[in-house]
Design a protein around this ligand. Structure first.
Ligand code: FAD
Length: 391
């Protein structure tokens, strides 16, 4: 008899509250029933399944940790588990959700005035308003803290934005995009809520990606794009404020990497127990078992790491360095695990229909976004040595 696949080897699930367990299961069911059957098809086409948005909205899981929004006051732990459950089936959908519920809502939650929060967050919570987050630029990626080239110039009660953004997830169809730009007068980074139809705001889809193909990433050109002072994030006064959002979402990306690795591991384990060579399931061979155990071993370390990370986040004590270390560790192991999963599947591992190839490709993007391995390592390096490699 083939045992049930259980990638939660140390039963972390038992540490959750009954409510957390129920929400986690609800998300798992949605991902298995609604997303898994269409995931490869949309990934192949490079299109986004818009029909999923109302179904996702009905789960009522957007902005769970934000005070005063929907069914708020849930833990970061639960939010992490949701990212993981989504990525376990489709890392693109997890990314779409992370941009909406993390980067875009988080920017307004951490950097908006009470009025801005009251106006936007309820609509984003119900997913009636979809958001995007525009920080990276064609010529400024890792160095965003050191100076954006997109500019904001104040003229009375209007701001005029000029420049370009690159890689902006959801931006081809989002209702609002948070644009980060440098104020030409005080040289500080400010955030703006730019509505879809604003003249001078031009998103263009990035084609031919080899990872996260379902996510719609855009290059945005801002040409004398006028935004009112009312749409400037009132509490975003420098890059330090932008960094508050990134600290939270980096922790979420670590969880996402865990989900991506679990998805590949579970598929490879099932395959290994079914596939026969030399008259026996390949899972019975010692070298295949060794590979499966290596994968599980790293997966288990990753799960315990992000579990503890979220506990620190819930206690309000998580540092930037702790989030960065988890992001580096999990995305590095994920890259290795997805490639081991592919190896176990032989030639079939490179076919989309066997449900591992997509994870192999998607792991590459998760490895690089929200701060590359090098940048997050240097953030940790600065903390442990007291010496900054950035200066
Ligand atoms: P670069 O900064 O050009 O880096 C290239 C290489 O140089 C990397 O290996 C890097 O680690 C290395 N490097 C750079 N500086 C140093 C250094 N000081 N020391 C050592 N090595 C260094 N951005 C958004 O704003 N919004 C989004 O929604 C968004 N979504 C994304 C989705 C996807 C699929 C991808 C791929 C990216 C997305 N990004 C988004 C952008 C992402 O955050 C950047 O790609 C990332 O920060 C790296 O920037 P870069 O690609 O310009 O690489």
């Amino acid at each position: 008899k083939i045992p049930e696949v259980n990638s939660d080897f140390y039963d972390l699930n038992s540490l959750l509250t009954e409510e957390e367990k129920a929400i986690r299961l609800k998300v798992r069911k949605f991902m298995e029933e609604e997303v898994e059957p269409i995931a490869n098809e949309y990934w192949k086409k490079g299109e986004f399944p818009h029909e999923l948005i109302p179904k996702m909205a009905a789960l009522n899981i957007c902005g769970l940790t934000f005070d005063g929004v929907g069914s708020s006051n849930q833990s970061y732990l639960l939010e992490g588990l949701i990212s993981m459950e989504m990525a376990r089936i489709d890392t693109s959908i997890s990314t779409f959700f992370g941009v909406q519920a993390g980067l875009a809502m988080g920017s307004i939650y951490f950097c908006g005035s009470q009025e801005q929060k009251d106006y936007w967050l309820p609509k984003m919570q119900t997913m009636e308003t979809i958001g995007a987050f525009g920080l990276t630029e064609p010529l400024v990626g890792s160095a965003v803290a050191g100076g954006l080239t997109t500019t904001a110039k104040r003229e009375g009660d209007t701001w005029i934005l000029n420049g370009q953004k690159k890689w902006i997830g959801n931006a081809t169809f989002s209702d609002i995009t948070i644009i980060w730009a440098q104020d030409v007068d005080d040289k500080q980074v400010k955030g703006f809520i730019v509505e879809k139809e604003t003249p001078g705001f031009h998103p263009e889809k990035i084609e031919d990606k080899m990872a996260l193909r379902t996510v719609q990433n855009a290059v945005i050109t801002l040409k004398n794009c006028k935004v009112s002072e009312a749409n400037r994030l009132q509490k975003a006064n420098s890059f330090k404020d932008t960094a508050k959002v990134l600290k939270m979402t980096r922790a979420g990306v670590a969880w996402q990497a865990v989900g991506c690795a679990i998805g590949a591991y579970e598929n490879a384990l099932k395959y290994a127990t079914n596939r026969e060579q030399f008259g026996k399931p390949i899972a019975s061979f010692q070298l295949v078992q060794d590979l499966l155990v290596k994968m599980l071993s790293n997966l288990t370390s990753m799960q315990t790491l992000v579990f503890r990370l979220s506990q620190l986040q819930d206690a309000g004590t998580m540092t930037d360095e702790q989030a960065s270390l988890a992001k580096v560790t999990c995305t590095m192991h994920t890259r290795e695990i997805v490639s081991q999963a592919r190896e176990i599947m032989g030639g079939n591992g490179i076919l989309l229909e066997y449900n591992v190839a997509r994870f192999v490709a998607d792991a590459e993007a998760v490895y690089s976004y929200e701060g590359t391995k090098q940048i997050n390592s240097l953030i940790v390096g600065r903390a442990i040595t007291g010496l900054s490699a950035f200066v």
